[in-house]
Design a protein around this ligand. Structure first.
Ligand SMILES: NC(=O)c1ccc[n+]([C@@H]2O[C@H](COP(=O)([O-])OP(=O)(O)OC[C@H]3O[C@@H](n4cnc5c(N)ncnc54)[C@H](O)[C@@H]3O)[C@@H](O)[C@H]2O)c1
Length: 446
């Protein structure tokens, strides 16, 4: 099938590559000319496991193409995916300008019937707005071309995006049209062999399903962080509590890890956007607001622990920071907890020596060169002469480090662990002051 994808970001590029891999012909279009040029030269704009070979091989096979020519891209596919960003507006609601711009472009150039699939995360009712936009442009063109607007939210996880798209848990499709159902069933057939993963529903329910999923996951994290804060104050260990509750299969072990807050391009903005949607319809979404405020506070948690350890005197300290991306296996820094921490440290007069396996370039792009930020080539180099080690992201390579080296390199053996990677008692036995999240056993030496 011939498919056009607007927006070559985390969602668009992965979806396009995966569709090409199973044999569809995919044309990717983006307004970012540099990104398109780079992709044509085999330079992949994001780090995502397994993505680079997939993009390169399908580009070389001619099943995947990249362009800035929107007119040609609209002509290309009967199916037109919208996978552009929906960043938060000033008031936190989703900014739909990019989605609507694509809708106008499609309506302006289409010469044959189209199925327009919204893959971006958009508030309930956006399908109607996109439909109205396209209808208006077509009316202006005196065209009676047929079109359908479909909601097909994306559930991929950054860091596992390729495998999530290859083997999706579910494929949610919002449409009332039988013709569209047939086309979508055919499009996704290669991903639907093992068992039927397609769930058809109306457009509004599909749009809300995406927000409900992300808000549920964010709620689990904020809930665990609240439990961790309580555990710390009552002298309990949240890791024991986590094991204790996870064994109840109604709760389960997934996604109940306490930590220094959630980040990324999705949870923060999607929780905010649903809060705003609720406000607009006169509903007070108390749980979502609490999820958001617990998370905002949790992102300052490591800084508070650092201040407490150093009796409020952080100025002039050098902080070795391991992990910059908002989670492992991605270079994405959007809303990352490390950014909140670094900015608080800088404000307090501290210096950061950071290492991340993938997100150093992105950090450089965001913060540029500054005297209080040094990006180091290895995790060991980041320790050199530092006053403390802080861990913000649970990359595999941080899980079993050489503690003797850490101890030798640091001016004082103190670790602030935002992801609960180590055992507090063992750390104490090794002579470290060790602070983690919600562990009553956090220990200050001396
Ligand atoms: N990143 C994720 O993990 C994830 C997961 C599920 C859903 N989503 C949702 O998917 C959408 C896209 O997210 P993303 O992370 O891929 O965004 P992104 O910022 O990585 O990519 C968006 C791309 O769209 C391009 N673009 C903007 N306007 C355009 C236009 N008029 N025509 C063509 N291209 C245009 C941008 O240049 C950019 O390359 C968002 O709504 C997001 O909430 C993201």
């Amino acid at each position: 099938m011939k498919v056009t994808v607007f927006g070559i970001g985390y969602v668009g590029l992965v979806q396009a590559a995966v569709l090409a891999e199973v044999g569809h012909d995919v044309c990717c279009v983006d307004v970012d000319a540099q990104k398109v040029e780079n992709l044509k030269n085999g330079i992949i704009p994001i780090y995502e496991p397994g993505l680079t070979p997939l993009v390169k091989s399908n580009y070389e096979a001619g099943r995947l193409q990249f362009t800035t020519d929107a007119k040609a891209a609209v002509e290309f596919g009967e199916i037109q995916f919208i996978a552009v960003g929906t960043p938060p507006d000033e008031d936190g609601s989703a900014d739909l300008q990019y989605v609507q711009a694509v809708a106008k472009t499609i309506a302006t150039y289409m010469q044959s019937p189209k199925i327009i699939i919204d893959k971006s995360t958009v508030p309930v009712g956006t399908g109607d707005k996109v439909e109205a936009t396209i209808a208006e442009v077509l009316r202006g063109r005196k065209s009676t071309l047929e079109f359908h607007v479909v909601s097909n939210p994306e559930f991929l996880k950054e860091g596992a995006a390729v495998s999530d798209c290859m083997r999706p848990d579910r494929i949610v499709i919002g449409t009332e049209s039988d013709h569209v159902k047939d086309v979508m069933t055919e499009l996704y057939a290669p991903f639907n062999r093992n068992h039927d993963r397609i769930i058809f529903m109306d457009v509004r329910s599909a749009e809300l399903t995406k927000y409900a999923a992300n808000c549920m996951l964010a709620t689990k994290i904020s809930f665990m962080n609240e439990m961790a804060n309580i555990a710390e104050m009552v002298g309990a260990d949240i890791e024991n509590v986590r094991n204790g509750i996870g064994s109840d299969e109604r709760i389960g072990y997934h996604f109940i890890y306490p930590g220094c807050g959630y980040g990324g391009s999705c949870f923060p903005k999607d929780v905010q956007a649903l809060v705003r949607t609720s406000e607009q319809i006169g509903y007070d979404s108390q749980i979502l607001k609490a999820v958001e405020s617990v998370n905002a506070k949790q992102k300052t948690k490591l800084f508070e622990l650092i201040k407490r350890h150093f009796n409020g005197d952080v100025a002039g300290k050098t902080v070795a920071l391991w992990g910059l991306s908002f989670k492992p296996k991605t270079d994405d820094m959007r809303e990352s907890s490390s950014r909140v921490l670094m900015e608080l440290l800088w404000e307090a007069g501290a210096k950061v020596q950071a290492f991340d396996p993938e997100a150093m370039e992105e950090t450089q792009r965001i913060y540029g060169s500054r005297a209080d930020l040094n990006l180091m080539g290895t995790k060991e180099a980041a320790l050199n002469g530092a006053d403390m080690l802080v861990i913000c992201t649970e990359w595999q390579s941080f899980r079993a480090p050489d503690f003797d080296t850490i101890k030798q390199q640091l001016a004082e053996p103190v670790i602030f662990d935002g992801r609960n990677l180590y055992d507090p008692q063992r750390m104490a036995d090794r002579g470290f002051s060790y602070y983690a999240i919600g562990r009553g056993l956090s220990i200050k030496q001396g």
